[in-house]
Design a protein around this ligand. Structure first.
Ligand code: NAD
Length: 265
C-alpha cells in the first residue's frame, strides 16, 4: 500500500546541510525516496557523494556540495548554489552540527565560537538566505535539527545546549515572520541518538544505564527514528503546523518513576 499523498515530497527541491552525518544520511535517503530532488551539503563533497550516487542509481536527483558553514559568508552561497542546481528551493533541512563536551570551567573562547558558528549562526544565515527562494516557491518549509538539550541539559554540554535552545527559538521567530510568505518553520528535538557523534555519552556503561533507566521506552533511538517526524514536518501533512518543536525522546520529558528510589529496587 502506498503512503497518503499528503506525505509525499514529489517535485520538491530540498537542501540538506550536514547530509554526510549519521542522521543527515538517513534524512537524505528518506527525503529523496519521498520524491524530492536533493542537494546534499557537508564539509567536503566526498562526505555525501556515496549517498548521491545511491539516490541517482534509484532514479532520483541528487547533487553534492562541500563547504564550511562555520564561515557565515558560505551560508548564502550554499543556498544560492543549491537553488541554481535544483531550479528553485522548497525545503531546507539543517542538520550540520558539532559539539565539544567539557565542563563549563574548561570551555575556551574558541570552543564557544566554534559551536555557536555551526549550530546557531549557520542556521540563522542559511535560513535568511533561503527566504527569497522559499517564498518564490510558494509552499516553503524549513526543518531544523535542534535537540532535547534545548529543554533538558546534561553536564558538559552548556554551549551546545544553548545553541540548540537558540535553534528552537529561531524556529518560532522565523515561523512568525514568514508565515505570510507561506513558509513553515519547525524543528525536531531528539534526545541522544545512537551515533558516533554521541558515542562519548552512551559508550560509557554508567551513562548507558542512566539512559536505559530514565527513558520510558528503555533504549536510545536510532538515526532512522528521526526520519518520520522530519518527513511529516516537511510535507503538506503538516500544512497548518509552524513554529513547533517535536520532541523525540522516548518519553524522558513525560515524567519520572518515583519508585525507582525504593531500597529494594
Ligand atoms: N546524535 C544525536 O544524539 C543528536 C541528538 C540531538 C540532535 N542532534 C543534532 O542532529 C544533527 C546531526 O547529528 P549527527 O548525530 O548526525 O552528527 P554527525 O556528526 O554524524 O553529523 C553532523 C554533520 O555535520 C557536518 N558538519 C560539521 N561541521 C560542519 C561545518 N562547519 N560545515 C558543514 N558541515 C559541517 C559534519 O561533517 C557531519 O557530517 C546535529 O545538528 C546534532 O546537533 C543529534
Amino acid at each position: 500500500m502506498s503512503s497518503h499523498p499528503q506525505f509525499s515530497l514529489a517535485g520538491r527541491r530540498a537542501l540538506l546541510t550536514g547530509a554526510g552525518g549519521a542522521i543527515g544520511t538517513v534524512l537524505a535517503r528518506g527525503v529523496a525516496a519521498s520524491g524530492a530532488s536533493v542537494v546534499l551539503q557537508d564539509l567536503t563533497p566526498d562526505r555525501v557523494s556515496g549517498t548521491c550516487e545511491e539516490i541517482q542509481s534509484l532514479g532520483g536527483t541528487a547533487h553534492a556540495l562541500g563547504s564550511d558553514l562555520a564561515d557565515p559568508t558560505n551560508c548564502a552561497s550554499v543556498v544560492q548554489q543549491a537553488t541554481e542546481l535544483l531550479g528553485g528551493l522548497d525545503l531546507l533541512i539543517t542538520c550540520a552540527g558539532i559539539n565539544r563536551r567539557k565542563p563549563i570551567d574548561e570551555v575556551s573562547i574558541d570552543d564557544f565560537n566554534a559551536i555557536v558558528a555551526v549550530n546557531m549562526r549557520s542556521v540563522f544565515f542559511l535560513s535568511q538566505a533561503a527566504h527569497a527562494p522559499l517564498k518564490a516557491a510558494g509552499n516553503g518549509s524549513i526543518v531544523h535539527l535542534s535537540s532535547l538539550s534545548a529543554k533538558f541539559s546534561f553536564n558538559t554540554i552548556a554551549v551546545y545546549a544553548a545553541t540548540k535552545a537558540a535553534v528552537s527559538s529561531m524556529t518560532r521567530s522565523f515561523a512568525r515572520e514568514w508565515a505570510q510568505d507561506n513558509i513553515r518553520v519547525n524543528c525536531i528535538e531528539p534526545s541522544v541518538v545512537k551515533t558516533e557523534f554521541t558515542k562519548p555519552l552512551w559508550g560509557e556503561e554508567h551513562r548507558q544505564r542512566w539512559f536505559d533507566a530514565t527513558t520510558p521506552i528503555g533504549r536510545l533511538s536510532a538515526p532512522d527514528e528521526m526520519l518520520g517526524a522530519v518527513l511529516f514536518l516537511a510535507s503538506d501533512a503538516a500544512s497548518y503546523i509552524t513554529g513547533q518543536s517535536i520532541v523525540i525522546d522516548g518519553g524522558i520529558l513525560a515524567g519520572a518513576d518515583w519508585d525507582s528510589y525504593l531500597d529494594d529496587k
